[in-house]
Design a protein around this ligand. Structure first.
Ligand code: SUG
Length: 445
């Protein structure tokens, strides 16, 4: 049977804006209060997704969430009509309103952790939505994320959906952004690498001094248990706390894996040599490529600015992988020189393709943040809701939909505009019909 690694990209929602909500994420803070362009953001994302589908990869789309999140605003005591709720929040608690308006569900690398059927105890693909407790604006995502995942991967024989982990900092979980999987073929059992920022129950363990470590070891271990992964198919690695303090808020900003390739920066992890030895021991095949980028070639500052590691490594044919990079990598002299060299080094990575995803980058989300990877057999692909899979028809339909409903500029002050609620609802109601999702937004009303 054929097997694939599908990418499910988050469709950027109509309220995409720059509110500076993510302490520890340098781009989010630097662009706070800039004017956004939701229409361009959604189209940049669609273009990347379509290009990957055109490369022959299985590509899906995950629907955005409804924002402003009136349900949360009512839950915290704002009452009246929808317009009154918005108005009261805007005047009494503008920071809370901003948190309830983010289009942050676009970064589907944070939607969930996914273990493919080849790795799990029951032969199903397991999904656990990330609780995202570290950031208020993201902590309101997991329930709807779970619904969207269930409406997309909607076949109980093939897909197992778990509830997100308990909503406490001990279980801080940011999903696939801190998880990567090495394997020989996508359909073969793989080695799942869980990278965490801190140990919540061990106050003596190292952790960053300045910025938060969003992922805990306890969360990563809980996911491995839930998904029924055995010890020999997991490696738990601590992220280097010093790089978190320099703006590497998720591991996917400093490392990425695909099949038998692990591409990482020399400063990415703690106890690197020990952990690489564990990977070598547990990864049974011999042709493992550790591609380590030294600081002398690319500094942490350049890593954070360019998102060199927030690239997608995709397999185009058995001996050819490509890197899907943001144009910011091309614009950075050290990084573009490195990438030009990388494709000549004799590793499986032979091509680089650049995409303009600037609207997302300005909030700290590169190409890899915008996608959730799901390794699947041919039969599992055919069990996915077909209306979520990218093709010419869906691409054209979604572009028309964006043209019809999205604004081309949005300032933070515009989040108080009651018209934005109607625009967003009308757009998402139409989208649930296009993607045949059912009532995924119902509880938010
Ligand atoms: O959680 N930015 C997101 C970016 C997520 C990137 N994802 C991965 N690395 N996988 C975050 O920090 C900024 C929103 C704002 O400031 O308006 C934001 O949420």
């Amino acid at each position: 049977m054929k097997h694939y690694e599908a990418n499910f990209d988050g469709l950027v929602g109509p309220t995409h804006n720059y509110a500076g909500l993510s302490y520890g994420n340098v781009a989010s803070l630097n662009n706070a209060a800039a004017t956004s362009n939701p229409k361009a953001a959604a189209k940049q994302g669609l273009k990347k997704a379509k290009a990957l589908a055109d490369m022959g990869l299985v590509q899906g789309v995950l629907a955005p969430q409804e924002r402003p999140d009136l349900h949360t605003l009512r839950r915290i005591g704002f009452s009246g009509t929808d317009a009154q709720v918005l108005n009261k929040a805007a005047t009494q608690a503008p920071a809370l309103l901003r948190a309830c308006c983010s289009a942050s569900s676009m970064w589907t690398a944070n939607a969930a952790t996914v273990s493919p059927s080849a790795d799990t105890y029951d032969g199903k693909i397991h999904f656990t939505p990330a609780n995202l407790v570290d950031k208020l604006h993201r902590s309101i995502e997991p329930v709807t994320t779970g619904r969207i995942l269930a409406a997309t991967f909607n076949h109980p024989r093939h897909f197992a959906h778990h509830q997100h982990l308990p909503e406490h900092t001990s279980f801080g979980d940011e999903g696939a952004a801190n998880h990567t999987r090495l394997c020989q073929e996508y359909g073969h059992a793989g080695l799942e690498l869980f990278v965490y920022g801190q140990e919540a129950t061990n106050p003596a363990a190292k952790k960053p001094k300045k910025y938060p470590a969003r992922q805990t070891l306890e969360a990563s271990q809980a996911i491995a248990r839930l998904h029924g992964l055995d010890d020999e198919s997991c490696v738990f690695i601590q992220q280097n706390p010093d790089v978190i303090d320099q703006g590497v808020f998720h591991n996917d900003v400093i490392a990425v894996g695909n099949q038998n390739v692990l591409f990482y920066h020399e400063q990415a992890f703690l106890h690197t040599e020990e952990k690489l030895a564990e990977i070598r021991r547990k990864f049974s095949a011999t042709d493992l490529h550790f591609i380590c980028v030294p600081t002398s070639k690319v500094s942490i500052d350049d890593v954070v600015k360019s998102y060199l590691f927030n690239t997608q490594i995709v397999t185009l044919s058995p001996d050819e992988m490509a890197i899907i990079a943001p144009t910011d990598c091309q614009a950075n002299p050290a990084v573009s020189a490195y990438l030009n060299e990388l494709i000549t080094l004799g590793t499986p990575i032979k091509q680089v393709h650049y995409f303009d995803v600037k609207q997302s980058m300005q909030n700290g989300g590169g190409p890899a943040c915008l996608r959730l990877r799901v390794a699947m057999t041919e039969m599992e692909v055919s069990a996915v809701n077909p209306h979520t899979l990218m093709n010419d028809a869906l691409f054209n339909r979604l572009n028309l939909w964006v043209d019809k409903h999205y604004r081309d500029r949005l300032d933070v002050a515009d989040l108080a505009d009651p018209q934005l609620i109607n625009e967003s609802r009308i757009a998402l109601d139409e989208l649930t019909q296009i993607m045949k999702l059912g009532s995924v937004y119902q509880f938010q009303r």
